[in-house]
Ligand binder design. Sequence first.
Ligand SMILES: Cc1cc2nc3c(=O)[nH]c(=O)nc-3n(C[C@H](O)[C@H](O)[C@H](O)COP(=O)(O)OP(=O)(O)OC[C@H]3O[C@@H](n4cnc5c(N)ncnc54)[C@H](O)[C@@H]3O)c2cc1C
Length: 302
Amino acid sequence: MKIYDAIIVGGGPAGLSSALILARCRRSVLIFDVPSCRNIESKAMYGYLSRDGMPPSKFLEICKEQLSNYPNIEFVNERVTALDGQDQNFKVATEHGTYKSRKVILATGVKDEIPKLEGIEKFFGKSVFICPYCDGWEYSNKPIAVYGQGDRGPAFALILHEWTSNITLCSHGRCGGTFEERKRLNELNIRIHEPPILRLEGQGNQLERIVFEDNSHIDVCALFFNTPIHPNAALAKQIGCRLNHREEVIVDSNALTTVPGVYAAGDLSVDIKLVIVAVAEGAKAGYSVNKELLKEERLIKL
Ligand SMILES: Cc1cc2nc3c(=O)[nH]c(=O)nc-3n(C[C@H](O)[C@H](O)[C@H](O)COP(=O)(O)OP(=O)(O)OC[C@H]3O[C@@H](n4cnc5c(N)ncnc54)[C@H](O)[C@@H]3O)c2cc1C
């Protein structure tokens, strides 16, 4: 069986970036991906210098097109279901086969918990968002809603105040938060609306109105929600990587996890969750893998 220099699990920005560095180091690389990059539902990707506003699908298309110039990279569109072995001898399994590699890079991203609100699917990524750093600017000074249950709402609404002062915090039940946060919301005229949300309404992908169970409604042009994020950490756990309390994979400054030979990059690991950061972390993981392989091949000093 062929032993690849590196197997990369996850073909989002982080995994593809690792692949590019390794490809240019003439390493043999196998990438597994179930195409469902985190921001794929988004109309545009912001905050990436030189790509601000580019649709995520276009970004991925260009990445893959450029990677196709390297014959030492192979893609398999399958989910990796198991990972075991140790440094120099990893075994990666999918439903249809088993593969071997010397190193592994995990770039499996996270899963967002989308609130169960009627109508939300068609607005998600277009006028319903999770991240003000990504999508806040377009709603500067416009009326928006913030969704966050219990203690999640007040802190998030206060952050959004950087972008607009016209905010309604929808707590979908009793609003939580500390005394200080509630006081600050009041000072900043951030309205709190506690009745449960009945549904989201709007034209096409544009959210226009939030209707509540008590028959009240508010008119808004965007909703930002704050719900838990779940790292896709099953494989990292299986191979024994240390995770933090949020289940993010802990890595050192070379993107190495606590398991020799296993690297992690992108949203899966502990850091800011933006595309440009994922790409940088992926590049770092690719670089580190090559450096480690060079050492093992005694081409650089141990
Ligand atoms: C609605 C929305 C809008 C966003 N907008 C922006 C923005 O404007 N700007 C910005 O910088 N960031 C934005 N982000 C964040 C951005 O999407 C992430 O930071 C980025 O996608 C992280 O890249 P990644 O490669 O780590 O993970 P992902 O993009 O999630 O890629 C991980 C890949 O791994 C695959 N995978 C997972 N498990 C397996 C497995 N077992 N086997 C095989 N494949 C697997 C997944 O299917 C996926 O394709 C947004 C996020 C959301 C949700």
